[in-house]
Design a protein around this ligand. Sequence first.
Ligand SMILES: [Zn+2]
Length: 426
Amino acid sequence: MRDADITVRVSATADPAAVRSARLGLLLRSLRDGGPRSRGRLAEETGLTRSVATGLVDELVELGLVSCEDAGRRGAGRPGVQVRLVGGAVCGVGAEINVDHLAVLAVDLSGSVIAEARRGIDGRNLPPEIVLDEVADLVADALAEARTAGATVTGITVGVAGLVDATTELVTIAPNLGWRDIDVVAEVRRRLAVTAGSVGPVPPVPPVRVANEATLAATAELEPSDADRADMIVLYGEVGLGGAVVSAGRVVRGRHGWAGEIGHLRVDPRGRLCGCGRTGCWETAVGLRPLLDAATDPDDPVRDPALTLEERLATLVDRARLADGRTLAALDEVGAWLGAGAAVLVNTLNPGTVVLSGYFAVLGEWLLPALETRLAADVLAPHAGGTRVAISTFGPTAAVRGGALVSLEPLLSDPTALAELHGGTR
Ligand SMILES: [Zn+2]
C-alpha cells in the first residue's frame, strides 16, 4: 500500500526483534517505491548506517525477497552492485465482488501481475452463497497459479460494493447486491479451506480480509511522491458509484468505516429510484446502469449479464470512437452529472485531484469535457479550486490492485513473517 500513514518508528528501547523487522520492512518499502539502488544509497535514504543496512539486505537476500546484482562499473569507476526486489517471490491477492462482475488480481511487491481473472455475474439476482462460491473459485485458481509460479501469497483482500463495518468486518449493507450483514471473510475462508483440501494436503489458507471496493481503489491511487494526491477524491464507477476521500495521504474511513458513500449524495430529488431505496442518489445518474439505460435498448447485447465488464466497456468505447450519437449523448450527460456531484465535494474538501476510476477511467476521454465544464461552473473557488481531474491508469482493476497491495502490507511490516507463510502456498 502506497499509504503515507505507514511510518516506521524505531525506538532505541524497543524489542530488538521488532526493530529488526521494522527496518527490514523499511528497506523493502524503499526498494518498492524508489526502485533498485546501491547498498550505500539505500542506507543513506533510509537513515540506517551502512553496516546495519548491509546486514539487513543480506537477511532479505536470504528470505528470497531481494537480490544483489553487479550492474557493472559506473561513472568514476565505483562498482555498481544494485539491490533490487526479486520479482514474483511473494504476492498479495485482491478480489472484488461487484453487482455485475467478479475479479481477482495477484501482484508481487513491485506491482507486477502474477495472476488475473474476471467473470461476469448477475449479482442482483443470485443468492449471496452462489456469488461467494464463484468468487472463492476465482481466488482458488489465483492461489494455485501463484503457487505454480513459485510465489508465496501473503493474504487475500476482498473488496465489496457496500459498507464494511471496520470493527466486525461484516458487509453491513450492499444495496445493489441486496446483501445485509454478510460475513465475507468467514465465507470465503471456509470455501478456500475446502478447495485446498480437495487437491491433496491441506495448506493453510492465507489471511482473508474484506474492505469497501472504492476504499481499495483509492489505496491503489495513492502516490506519496505526488502532493496533489495527498488530498484526493476517488470516484469508482461501477453499476453504482463507489467513492473514497483521501485527506493528508490517508483514506478517510469515519467512525465505523462507512465514510465515502458519496454515491448516495442526493443530486436530483426528482430523479430515479436508487438501490438503497431513496430517490435521486448521485449513482442513479452516473453508474454504469443509467449509462446503459441511456445509451442502449433493453435487448442490446451489451447488457448480457454473462459479459465481463471489460467486454461491455470495449463495446461502448467502439461506439464512442465511431461517433455513435446516442452513445456520445449518454456519455455527455453522465459527464455533466459527474461534474455536478464532484463540484459539491470540491467545494467542501478542495482536493488536489479528483480521480476517475473504475468504468469512468475507460470512458474518461468522453466524460471529461462535460465534467470539467460543470466543475468550473459550480465550484466557487477560481479555476475549479485548482483541482485536477485525473483518469486512473488502473481503471476497473483499481479495486483488485488495491486489495492486492493491502494484502502485502503485513509482509512489509514484518518481512520475517514470510517463513510462516511458506508452508501454505509453496
Ligand atoms: Zn442511494
